[in-house]
Structure formats: structure tokens, C-alpha cells
Design a protein around this ligand. Structure first.
Ligand code: ZN
Length: 449
């Protein structure tokens, strides 16, 4: 990540409303101070490993971190020798807030998989309200949530169940106003918005101090969206309308320059696009992770897969080329210093809440990011993007105590993010047995549906 880009972002980033609320309100502080003794901290800013660190946690914050930290009487000391401490992961593109079942199954899975924060890119307002209430009520095993609520799309939305259709510029202000009042942290824009409506929404969002993120509508070019101040663009290929850098190198170079200048972030969501290219692989129908997905959603995924396969080999070959181009775009923009966010698109077919973010980190590395850069896309990247760099993404005195303890070194092999020994969520220590219990709980919920 380029320092200049960060400086630009710091200057321009509006405060993500609601994040402060979530930080202040959620999670009852742990009763006894906690000390993680002798841990190796993965400093995602410098890429260094700092060995022999004692991390003291009181309430929801890290109160001290270093080799010399004093361990007071009554503190719970966890021997973390040989473990790697990583800031809590963020999944920056999920669809988790669309029903009570989704809340009950998706949110605990994130925590059990080391994900302490999510950016939700579209759900229902009722679910958003329920999630907010629950977080304020101190539910422990839920991640921090930054959410759009309803997606804002054209008059006839792509997905009417989670969208607000806005037909003209005159209603843009009232749409933004209603979302703001419902507790939205940002405005998620979508594919079918008309040009004037899109720009009216951007103005309305600016007036309400809400950031805009999401798809680039077909009526707007990606550089126009970036210049208008859209903070992030999701799933590159469909949105950027570029074949791939090999075919259109000049256009891609110019666009990379615009993104760098404007501080526009990209969320490739490779893990969500890859299944579409491989639906003929029988492994998708036998994935043991299906046991964590409620039947209604699971059946939707499985029948969707069958109907795509029925469209024939030509169709799947097209999807394979599409995926290869997406990987190529990810590599291209990353090499040019455009900041990236790790997002799974959890909820779309075969994108599992929690699990799939780890797939995404591996795919980002396959696309050309170093393991450190992939980790940044899920830690300090999100913290910077959300304007919360002073409380999230670093394991130092004063920062929020959201972290993951790993058995293996993720800088050597990105798949080590799966070797989770414990999670600290807003100061609460959740050991392996507790995390397994959370996973079992989700399977039980699924089995009753
Ligand atoms: Zn999405």
C-alpha cells in the first residue's frame, strides 16, 4: 500500500457513521485482565515478526504490549509461546443481514473463523436493526458490523428482496435519508442506477456524511465513479468494463492512475467468482461446509449450480475466461499500488461465511499479492478504509483487543490464517474449545431448519 494513497485517504475519508457506535457499545468487557504471554506479533504494517511479546488486555482494549509488560495479580495469563498474534480479520464484502436465520448462523461463523469485523454490502433493514440491537446488547460472539442496509439500485432492482429502487434524482435525497435513519453506515450503489440518479445519490450521501461504495452502474464509467468519490468498487471485471489489461493496457494504466489519485479501493471477491467458473466440479455439491448453511440457502446454491451446468460447456468456458481476467485485473491494479480489500461476498453461491475469507486470502496470493499484502487487505487495509486506523489493525497499547492467535506463521504461508488457536473479540478470550462450540452451535441451528 502506498503511503501517498493513505495520506490522500486520511484527508478525504468521511467518518463511517456507526463504527464509533459499534466500538463503544458492543461487548461486555472481560471481568479479569488478560495477558497473552510470550506471543509472536505479526506486525502487518512493517511485515516484521516481533517475538516474546506480552499483550495485556483490560476490558475491550490492549492496555500494554511489549517484552516488559508487568503481570498484575489476578490477571488471567495465557501462555502464547509459539503462537502468532494477528489483528482480527475483516471480511469487507458480505451479505449477512437478510434474515433471522442468517444472523444466527453467519455471524457466529465469522468469529469462529477469526473474523472480528464485517462490512455488509446489502441486506434487509429489519436484520440490520436486529444486528445493531444485539450488538448494543453485548452479544459476544458477533463481529463488529459496518453495514449498508438496503442496496440502492434502479427502479427495477436486480435483487428486489434487499434493494431500494430509486427511479429519479428527486427521490435520491429521501432514499439516503431513510437509509441513514435506519442506521446504514454507507450507501451501497448498484448496477441498474441511471446516470443522473447515481450522481444525485452521491451528492445526497455527501450531504448526509455517508460514504458511497459498491458496484459501478452500467450508466457510469469507473473513472467517473472514482472521481465522484465512490470509496470502493466491488468485483472488478463486471464493474470496470475492461476486457483485461492485456487487451486494453492503456485504458487500464489510465484507470489505475485515477484510482491511486482518488484513493479508490478495490474488492476483487475472487473466491465468490471462482465457483462460477468451476460449477462442473462435483466437490461443490459435497463440500462439508454445506452443513453450516441453512437448507433454504443451501438448496438455492445447489439448484443454481445444476442449472448453470445445464447451460453447457460453452457457458462454463466463458466463466473460466472471466475468472482468469478477474485474477489478471487484481494482479495488475495491485502492482500499480491501488489498495485492495479482502471480501468473500459471503452468502452468494458457495461463498461460506467465515471460511471463504480464508479462501480469498489464498486467491489474492495466487493473483500476485504477497502473503503480507493479502493480510493487509483484511487488517490495516479495512482499518484505514473505515477511518479507524487509530483503533483497529494494530496490536499495541490503546488499540481495540480484536486479534487472532495462529499456530503457524501466515507470512510464510497464507493458509496459516486457518490454524486458529484462539480469537480475542473485544477483549474476550475465545479458546479453541469455545470456537469449536460456536461451530457446533451453528450446525445445530442449521439441523433444526
Ligand atoms: Zn455482493
Amino acid at each position: 500500500m502506498k503511503t501517498r494513497v493513505l495520506a490522500v485517504l486520511r484527508r478525504r475519508l468521511p467518518v463511517w457513521l456507526g463504527l464509533g457506535l459499534a466500538l463503544a457499545g458492543c461487548g461486555t468487557p472481560a471481568k479479569t485482565p488478560l495477558v497473552l504471554a510470550g506471543v509472536t506479533v505479526v506486525d502487518v504494517e512493517t511485515g516484521r515478526l516481533v517475538e516474546g511479546v506480552n499483550i495485556a488486555i483490560d476490558g475491550t482494549r490492549i492496555t500494554a504490549a511489549g517484552a516488559e509488560v508487568e503481570i498484575g495479580p489476578g490477571a488471567r495469563v495465557v501462555d502464547a509461546t509459539g503462537l502468532f498474534a494477528l489483528p482480527g480479520l475483516w471480511d469487507m464484502h458480505t451479505h449477512s443481514l437478510w434474515s433471522a436465520d442468517a444472523l444466527a448462523t453467519f455471524l457466529p461463523l465469522y468469529v469462529a473463523q477469526g473474523i472480528t469485523g464485517i462490512r455488509d454490502m446489502g441486506g434487509t433493514l429489519a436484520s440490520l436493526a436486529a444486528a445493531r440491537d444485539s450488538l448494543l446488547g453485548g452479544r459476544v460472539a458477533w463481529p463488529r458490523i459496518v453495514a449498508a442496509g438496503l442496496v440502492v439500485d434502479g427502479a427495477l432492482p436486480v435483487d428486489a428482496s434487499i434493494s431500494l429502487g430509486v427511479a429519479d434524482s428527486a427521490t435520491a435525497y429521501s432514499a439516503v435519508d431513510s437509509l441513514a435513519r435506519a442506521g446504514a453506515d454507507f450507501i451501497k450503489v448498484y448496477t441498474l442506477l441511471e446516470r443522473e440518479v447515481y450522481f444525485a445519490l452521491v451528492r445526497a450521501a455527501k450531504a448526509a456524511a455517508l460514504p458511497v461504495a459498491g458496484h459501478v452502474p452500467a450508466s457510469v464509467t469507473p473513472d467517473e465513479a472514482a472521481r465522484a468519490g465512490q470509496r470502493s468498487i466491488e468485483h472488478l471485471l463486471d464493474e470496470l468494463d475492461l476486457v483485461c489489461p492485456v487487451a486494453e493496457p492503456a485504458a487500464c494504466e489510465r484507470l489505475a492512475g485515477v484510482f491511486r489519485e482518488e484513493g479508490t479501493w478495490l474488492t476483487p471477491t475472487l473466491a465468490a467468482l471462482r465457483p462460477k467458473a468451476r460449477f462442473d466440479d462435483p466437490a461443490y455439491a459435497e463440500d462439508p461446509r454445506l452443513a453450516y448453511v441453512v437448507p433454504a440457502l443451501r438448496n438455492d446454491w445447489l439448484s443454481g449450480r445444476v442449472s448453470r451446468i445445464e447451460q453447457g460447456p460453452e457457458y462454463l468456458a466463458g466463466k473460466r475466461r472471466h475468472y482468469a481476467d478477474e485474477v489478471e485485473l487484481t494482479r495488475f491494479f495491485h502492482e500499480r499500488g491501488v489498495p485492495m480489500l479482502a471480501g468473500s461476498d459471503a452468502g452468494v453461491p458457495f461463498s461460506y461465511p467465515g471460511f471463504t475469507l480464508h479462501d480469498e486470502l489464498g486467491l489474492l496470493v495466487e493473483a500476485g499479492l504477497s502473503p503480507l499484502d493479502a493480510l493487509r487487505a483484511a487488517t490495516i487495509g479495512p482499518a484505514t478504509f473505515l477511518g479507524a486506523r487509530d483503533s483497529l489493525g494494530t496490536l499495541a497499547t490503546g488499540w481495540v483487543a480484536d486479534l487472532v492467535l495462529l499456530r503457524e506463521n501466515p507470512l510464510l504461508d497464507i493458509s496459516a490464517t486457518r490454524s486458529i488457536e484462539a480469537v480475542v473479540l473485544r477483549g474476550r478470550y475465545l479458546d479453541r474449545a469455545t470456537l469449536d462450540g460456536i461451530m457446533d452451535g451453528v450446525r445445530r441451528v442449521v439441523a433444526t431448519r
